[in-house]
Structure formats: structure tokens, C-alpha cells
Design a protein around this ligand. Sequence first.
Ligand code: JHZ
Length: 405
Amino acid sequence: MDYVRRDDCRSCGKPISQVLDLGSMPLANSFVSVEKLEAPEYKFPLSLAFCPHCYLAQVPDVVDPELLFRDYAYTTGSSPALVRHFENLAGVLHRFTVDSQDTVVEIGGNDGTLLSFLKPFCKVINVDPALNLADLNSGVTYIPAFFNHLSAQDIIREYGRAKVIVATNSFAHSDLIKDMAKGVSVLLRDDGVFVFEVHWVKNLLEDNCWDQIYHEHLCFYSLHALKNLLEPLDFHIFDVKIIPVHGQSLRVFASKQTEMVWPSVEMVLKAEREAGLTGISTFLSFGQKVTHNKDRLRTGLTNLRKRGARIAGYGAPAKGNVLLNYCKIHPHLVQYVTDTSKLKQGLYTPGVHIPVRSPDVLVTDRPDYLLLLAWNYKDSILEKEQKLRDYGVKFIIPVPEISIV
Ligand code: JHZ
């Protein structure tokens, strides 16, 4: 089946409650070729739910992962800020791999950006279901598979157990998160460390970055929810860092052995309690804020167009496609979007079918406004595009509140 909707929590199994309905949504990374523009597209309900028992915020709408991840348009290496981030993370992981025979396994390692920084020092394996990304992983062992307890056992048979297992965002991409965690437990050496990064639900709510909600992102974790998920599986979360990635993310360190727990863990838990992340009312008011943001953005763009302004989009991230579709922004409002990824250029955004072009077009065609869909790189993009801004091009930042710079 292509789609199922669950009414129980994927972490604790108890009933969940819907807090936001984003309607029928195409798959956020399924860019469309010109030949397929008239063909039917996959669209599925998209909503957010909260589990009042273990505090996991989650998308209950589960799309077959074969449709989502086998042919993947997103490449990490297309965003220089992210490449720098992974270089930094590689430095952190390198501290846990003292021996050149140690193995680092990455779950969902995409184009191998992170592992490329580690491959001079240890053995590196990328387990990622995308069939189209294998060739980008030079010098990295690439296993085109979904990570679960079965693939973990296959890896042990062929390569042995891992000193480090790392997952950046992919730990939020699976419906079967307990199975993924069990796979980590099987594959990880007893003295090993599981390091993962996930978008922090506190940031989702406070910075109103609702466009991060799509079928790939099935879990929006708090540290509370992560402890409730991982501790019964005998993991100890011993450290956590708040990092400025995709808004704000958590970098979590867990092991199978009891380690000294750093004060950071209690600090994050305290911040979450104060932010109301263990109560459903916080999530319900977020839902209302999202509807308001959608209405304002659509009205604002419509008014600009009525006054004759030309608007394009900057970046074609997956989240941008959620924003364009939920706000019903068609090519009559935003003529085209630009993206640095060659895999996206020449295609059309899913659902609303806005053409994706190379950023080079902006040198000659200067629109009046650029809707910043890749808002998570705002600072670096505004700096990089200073010349365009000097020519009078304005950037529209859609979240947390609409602003024009
Ligand atoms: P970016 C991806 O989401 C998908 P996306 C995935 N599901 C996930 O979990 C999250 O990451 C975490 C372009 N760009 O990183 C490059 C420019 O054009 O926000 C990218 O296509 N010019 C794995 O897709 C896109 O924008 C620029 O100057 O929301 C950014 O995508 C820069 C900096 C980026 O992730």
C-alpha cells in the first residue's frame, strides 16, 4: 500500500491526537520533469499529531518509503553551509574513532558529504536507500538499503560492528523508529557511540517553521520524547547539543554503556518543560499560528502581484514545496524558483509546478522580490546575494513571521 494513516504513536503505541491539518500534499522531493507535467502525481493527506503519553510529535500519514527515498533529488553537498557543518561534525566523530580499523556507519548518508571527511582516518559505510546517489559516494562503501535490524545484521556479517553510528536527520525519517533503534543497538559495539541530529520540536513551534512538516519527516523530537523512546531500548543519552541547523536541531550522544551524563541533558529537558512541550495545548496553538501565517503570505504575494511586482523563489528545498502547496502559490504568483542543485534544475516543483532554474538566471533577470524558500540559510544567502540586493531586489522571508529585507 502506498499510504497508511496511523492512530497510534510510533514510539509508545498509545493513541495520538491531531493538532494540524496541511491538507492533501505532493511528495516534497518529487520534482516533476516536463514530460510528466500532465501525468497524475502522488498526493497524500499531511497532518501533525501529538502523543500525550510519550510526547512525540509526529506525522501519522505514512507513505511507502520506496516512493520517498529510492530516487532522491536532495544532495547535501548543494548547500555550502551544510558542508561546513558536516566537516565540523566529522571532527567531533573523529574523536571517538582512535583506530584506523574502526568503522563509522552513517544511516541515510546521502551523497557521502559527512563520510568524505572521515574516510582518511577510518572505515566508512553509508547505508542509504537512494539508488541514484551511489555514484556520488566516492571512496565510501555504499549500501543501498533501508536501515533496520535486518540490514544491521547483514552489515555485521560483512564488515563487523561499528564504533560510531551517525544519523543526521534520518532518525526522523522512519515510521519504524524502534526497529531502526534496535538495528543501531545490534550493530553498535559495546564501547561505541550513537550520534544523531534531529530537528528540535521546540524550534518547529517557536520559530513557526511548519514547512518542515512533510511525509519524509515523520518525527519531531523533543529530548523528552527521545528519552522515552531510547531508554527502554537500553540506550543512555549522555550528552546533547543545540545546533543551528535547519533552524535549530539537537545533536544527541547515546551509548549502550552508562556514561557520565552531562549537565546539558537536564538543561535541555528544563527548557522543554518551560516551553510546554509536554502538553498538547502548546501544539494546538501552533496549529492556529500556521493557518494565520499561510493566509498572510498568500494575501501578501497576491497584493504584490496586483501591483505588478515580479516574484521568483530562492532555493527549491523540500520544505519550500510544502509552503508553496499549502499556501497555493502557483506560477502566476511566483514565476520560477532557482536552486543550486543540478538534480533539480530543469524540473518543476511538485504539485504547483513552478519551473526550477539555475541561480545564474538572476544575474540577467532581476525580479522585484525573491521568496526565500531556503530560509534556513538566510544569513549566508543574504550575504552572498548582496549585489542583487544592491540592485534593489528584495527578499521575502516567509517564517516565523513574514518580513521583507
Ligand atoms: P535544505 C532536506 O530538506 C531534505 P530541504 C531532507 N528530507 C531533510 O531531512 C532535511 O534536508 C533536513 C538550495 N540552495 O538543506 C540547495 C540554493 O539554491 O534546506 C537545496 O536544494 N542556494 C533530507 O530540502 C535547498 O536550497 C543556496 O545558496 O528543505 C536547501 O535545502 C543554498 C544555501 C541552498 O533542505
